[in-house]
Design a protein around this ligand. Structure first.
Ligand SMILES: CC(=O)SCCNC(=O)CCNC(=O)[C@H](O)C(C)(C)COP(=O)(O)OP(=O)(O)OC[C@H]1O[C@@H](n2cnc3c(N)ncnc32)[C@H](O)[C@@H]1OP(=O)(O)O
Length: 405
């Protein structure tokens, strides 16, 4: 397979064929006409690629225009990659590799600083320069064990999801991108993803919190109503699908609201930050159970010098020289000296050498250089370099995205 077999798909019939092919690779049937009516709007010009073999479409990738918050608060242009699939009879023949080559080059030409994705399997994307850069945790809270809870300080009101979408979007845009790893939701995200995010075709229930300065947070949730089968009660479970708060007070009130919904035994949330202090919110910390911690953002730094320059570093009087290797975008190759006042290319010898996927993993603060070195995932030239790099790259918050796509 050569790059000559890759074409930009800008025609609706090609988009639908690509969408069907992608769904097939996930062992699903084609999208029916109804959902397709809004799914097709997600195909933006120049952002869907098709690989052709034997005269037909055999593979596809797509991206959405987004943005990424980096440590220090800057927000950089980012492409959100999705709908990656290669037809079963064409796998392991280099089709995805050819698609990635063209897609990464196109991101660079667009001026993207980064690309991110959610991986179906952990073994796929490292070779293309994507590294795990944030994780989320799945939690359950047993309402019967919660113990004493704090008192709310604001007002939480239920709104209809349909009426509330604009309110949610407005609040979301004030809250994200802010924490490192949070991203912008592109036009169409709400219509296309909301039902899928909450895991149901029914509209989620939504509550908005207001404090002294107006609406400052929301929660969208669904409730599996439980029941009574064959003499046994099946208690209701409430699942938090999307919860964003502009202030710590709003965060407390929104959790108190979902923890207070009647007839529910268990509250679950599948995609929450790993540092969210739920154990400290409830009276009995063992009411909260971490069910899983899973890789979330796979980050690809497309423009390494720009990415390094756009984030901030801790005010420590030290520097470190990083050697970066990038097999797909060789213009990123080279040595960079990082210090409190910024980053420059240098001819100095690297003190620590790493591939661009590993740089993605340390960039937002999820992985420390010390852990990467201990696991032999970076090449340590100067043994003091990992500790110096960690002091410079230290971040106040654990990275988290919270937006599925
Ligand atoms: C962001 C998203 O959309 S995630 C969804 C991704 N899609 C899926 O999981 C759908 C099912 N899978 C597929 O469609 C395909 O297997 C793909 C897209 C993952 C890979 O496509 P392929 O064309 O087979 O990849 P390609 O042939 O270019 O492989 C390149 C290398 O990656 C390796 N590789 C590819 N897929 C995988 C995998 N799932 N696990 C481990 N290694 C893999 C290949 O072995 C090859 O290694 P090599 O260079 O050492 O020989």
């Amino acid at each position: 397979m050569t790059t000559h077999d890759i074409r930009v798909l800008d025609d609706e019939s090609d988009h639908r064929a690509a969408h069907t092919l992608f769904r097939r690779t996930l062992h699903r049937g084609p999208a029916p006409d109804g959902p397709w009516a809004f799914l097709r709007d997600a195909y933006e010009p120049g952002r869907a690629l098709g690989a052709y073999g034997d005269g037909g479409l055999v593979g596809t990738v797509q991206s959405f225009p987004s943005s990424l918050a980096v440590p220090g608060g800057a927000v950089v242009p980012m492409s959100a990659v999705s709908r990656v699939g290669v037809r079963a009879d064409w796998t392991r023949r280099g089709v995805l590799t050819a698609l990635q080559r063209v897609q990464l080059r196109s991101f660079r030409e667009r001026g993207d600083v980064a690309a991110t994705l959610r991986a179906s399997e952990a073994g796929i994307y490292g070779r293309y320069g994507y590294g795990v850069a944030s994780r989320f945790r799945k939690v359950t809270i047993d309402r019967l064990r919660m113990g004493a809870l704090p008192k709310p300080t604001g007002r939480v009101r239920s709104v209809s999801a349909a009426d509330g979408t604009d309110v949610l979007r407005e609040i979301f845009e004030q809250v994200s991108p802010v924490r490192p790893g949070t991203i912008g939701r592109w036009p169409g995200w709400w219509a296309q993803n909301y039902a899928r995010v909450v895991g149901t075709d029914e509209e989620p229930q939504v509550a908005v919190r207001s404090g002294e300065s107006g609406d400052d947070g929301y929660v969208a949730y669904v409730v599996d109503s439980g029941g009574h089968d064959d003499g046994e009660d099946r208690p209701a479970t409430l699942t938090v699908a999307d919860l964003w708060a502009r202030t710590p007070e709003a965060w407390v009130d929104l959790w108190l609201f979902v923890l207070g919904v009647d007839l529910v035994r268990t509250v679950t949330a599948a995609d929450r930050p790993v540092d969210e202090p739920l154990e400290w919110l409830v009276g009995d910390r063992r009411a909260v159970r971490t069910v899983d911690v899973v890789d979330e953002t796979w980050l690809r730094l497309v423009d390494v010098p720009e990415a390094l320059a756009r984030r901030t570093y801790a005010p420590v009087d030290d520097t470190v020289v990083l050697g970066v290797r990038d097999a797909f975008l060789p213009e990123n190759d080279g040595a960079y000296v990082v210090g409190r006042s910024g980053v420059e290319r240098t001819s100095a010898a690297p003190e620590l050498v790493l591939d661009v996927d590993r740089l993605g993993s340390v960039y937002l603060g999820d992985l420390s250089f010390a852990d990467a070195a201990a696991a032999r995932r970076v090449e340590v030239v100067d043994p003091t370099a990992p500790a110096r790099a960690d002091r410079l790259f230290a971040t106040a918050e654990v990275p988290w995205c919270g937006t599925f796509f």
